[in-house]
Design a protein around this ligand. Structure first.
Ligand code: CP
Length: 311
């Protein structure tokens, strides 16, 4: 097993064998979870702290479940009721958690780079659970695992990532992971929502949904992140849906066996039509959530191996 780092802060910089090993390990946890068996001694005696400065349903819950399934003591720190509200800084919070001998620290923060900063101040292995518009590495891993389970590979697949690319850490992690693993990645959206760095990342840019979806194996829709916009970047939700929302007519341009993904939370009727989101054969959105637990078990397992090596 190869994983060269103490922390998981980003997908950028990981090489194909590191990603493949994490996905293989996650696949074994997906099978274990479906069999109903557990492996509760793997992280016995380890403490995992979930430190979320932004809202989350899927990521926080699945890290909690993943830690518990591997036997860790899991603490969910509620930032809204913590001393952060009394003005405690991020670094003082980190020192406090460090003094409690936390082994694995899962961090979500609105500022890009916050988990990286914390990783320099604590002894724990730090996992980025989403930082600003930078990265959301475990989301990209669970997306890749879901794709691989349906398509048998990542190499050579045409993956269209659609909507608000500019504000999406999910898109950024997916662009890094999928291009590293040999997929042909397209980003599709209005010019105001495509970041200037897209071309540097080795992806094709489309502003028309039908052209961007033509022949795609995977259609990944993203949430319109109005909370990160400075205004005037998109027309009304209704108009956005007309041009960039995924409905049956637009999906008909992708391959007939293409799968539809969304990291959640979804804005139904804005970036995706309910009939597509709930489609019994094309939508794999529920499976993405299931794979999230398996991938997070794999990441915790892999990082805990590193902690053991460093004892
Ligand atoms: N996909 C994702 O990060 O969802 P949450 O915000 O619910 O964690």
């Amino acid at each position: 097993m190869t994983y060269p780092r103490k922390h998981l802060l980003a997908i950028e910089g990981l090489e194909p064998p590191h990603i493949a090993d994490l996905l293989d390990l996650a696949e074994s946890y997906a099978l274990l979870n479906r069999s109903g068996k557990t492996q509760r001694d793997l992280l016995k005696g380890r403490t995992l702290i979930n430190l979320f400065f932004e809202d989350s349903t899927r990521t926080r819950t699945s890290f909690e479940l993943a830690g518990k399934r591997l036997g860790a003591d899991v603490i969910n720190m509620s930032v809204s009721t913590s001393s952060v509200n009394k003005g405690e800084t991020l670094l003082d919070t980190a020192s406090t958690l460090n003094a409690m001998h936390c082994d694995l620290l899962v961090v979500r923060h609105g500022q890009s780079g916050a988990p990286s900063l914390l990783s320099q101040k604590v002894d724990a292995a730090v996992i980025n659970a989403g930082d600003g518009t930078h990265e959301h590495p475990t989301q990209a891993l669970l997306d890749a695992l879901t794709i691989r389970r349906h398509k048998g590979r990542l190499e050579g697949l045409v993956v269209a990532i659609c909507g608000d690319i500019a504000h999406s850490r999910v898109a950024r992690s997916n662009m890094h992971l999928l291009t590293t693993m040999g997929s042909r990645v397209r980003v599709v959206g209005p010019p105001t929502l495509i970041p200037a760095e897209a071309a540097r990342l080795g992806v094709e840019v489309f502003h028309d949904m039908k052209a961007g979806l033509a022949g795609a194996d995977v259609v990944m829709m993203l949430r319109l992140q109005r909370e990160r916009m400075s205004g005037g970047m998109v027309p009304s939700a209704r108009e956005f849906f007309r041009f960039y929302g995924l409905d049956a007519e637009k999906l008909a341009h992708a391959k007939p066996d293409s799968i539809v993904m969304h990291p959640g939370p979804m804005n139904r009727g804005v970036e995706i039509d309910s009939a597509i989101a709930d489609h019994p054969t094309r939508s794999v959105i529920g499976e993405q959530v299931e794979m999230g637990v398996a991938c997070r078990m794999a990441v915790l397992d892999m990082l805990a191996r590193g902690l053991r090596r460093n004892v």
